[in-house]
Design a protein around this ligand. Sequence first.
Ligand code: SF4
Ligand code: SF4
Length: 406
Amino acid sequence: MKNARINQDAALCKMHNHLTAGDNIAECLTCGACNSRCTWFDGTVDDHKGPIPRQIVRMATLGLEQQLVDSGMLWDCLLCNRCTEVCPMGITMDLVVRKARSLDIAEDLVAGDLKKGIKNRLELGDVNAFSKEDFVETIEWISEEFGDYVDDPEAEIPYDRKGSKFLYLPNPRELGLNLLHLTAMGKLFYGMKETWTLSSAHTDVTNWGYFVGRDDIARKMALMVVEPAEKLGIETLVLSECGHGYHVLKVLLEELIGRKPNFTVISIPELALEYARKGVLKFDPSVHPYKVGYHDPCNLARKSGVYDAPRELLAMCCEGVVELSPNREDALCCGGGGGMLQDSTSTKVRMTTGKPKAMQMKAMGLPNLATACLSCHRQLGELSKHYELGIKVDTVASMASEALVL
Ligand code: SF4
Ligand code: SF4
């Protein structure tokens, strides 16, 4: 790095005025505890130099914005906040990195796929430019097959049904590559015996505005979910298995849109567990006669506090849940977080960022792993293939659907 001058007027430098927001970077003790927790910092894995958390914070504190942008660390950071867990001053790394990503001078670092997906979402309603007509055609097609799937000719996959109790917000992958997953979620709703619907107005649980640190875009995307949901008059928005989607639409939502929505928000594994506890959903664990490891998605677990519900649901659907080590607050990121998975050019890097996870999966010694995030699901599956682990990766909700007794 060239010699640099401290700039106390820089936006990042001024962050130390927001002491309660977790971005109190001026309080950094330079202790380096964060470095020890970042699983791929300082060449720990192979040839790719990862982020150096302490350096990110110090550069931000000193207002060295251009140097931070030029360091390449902003988009290497997975926004996993594993380093934040041990910071004695509670400095929240994802706030610092997202703020830095949002700087005008960092605009060129945003991957082309992310830019395109954000444009598609804002202009066409879906990151993959899936139109309302595509949505209706797809849902009507799978709805025709759904009666056979649950052995009830009256059963359907509804959309735009006003006054339904639940609105399910799928992941874009469920409307494209993974329609079977959407059908499987339909089976869970069918088993709950409650009214539910999809909406042709907002087909996407993801929020890529979050990845690029642009709260203005994240707010627009959140409102694209909230306003049509309120028009439908639903009671509860049920989120597909998506870590960052949950973090934005459940944890950050009120702050982001400046008000409470007229509905409650829950994820599909949490909802299925509620109905299982009430005795409405019943599962046959012999459908999966083996033990399954559980991976904590960073955004769902460490950043949103959801640890137990997916484990409890999974335990009802197989022979038992096995813990990876470390887990829960200490869990290792899958290596695809922070927007990396959404960048199609990132595959090689992701296999490096995910190497610690892959080694952890190998040490687990089991051929089955489940998680509660479709992004982690994809990354873990790719890691299994790349490192020849022979591990089958499922989502918790899809295993629950398979084990559901109708
Ligand atoms: S752990 Fe916290 S206080 Fe210590 S160097 Fe990292 S950011 Fe600074
Ligand atoms: S948020 Fe995760 S990837 Fe980023 S510096 Fe911290 S531990 Fe490393």
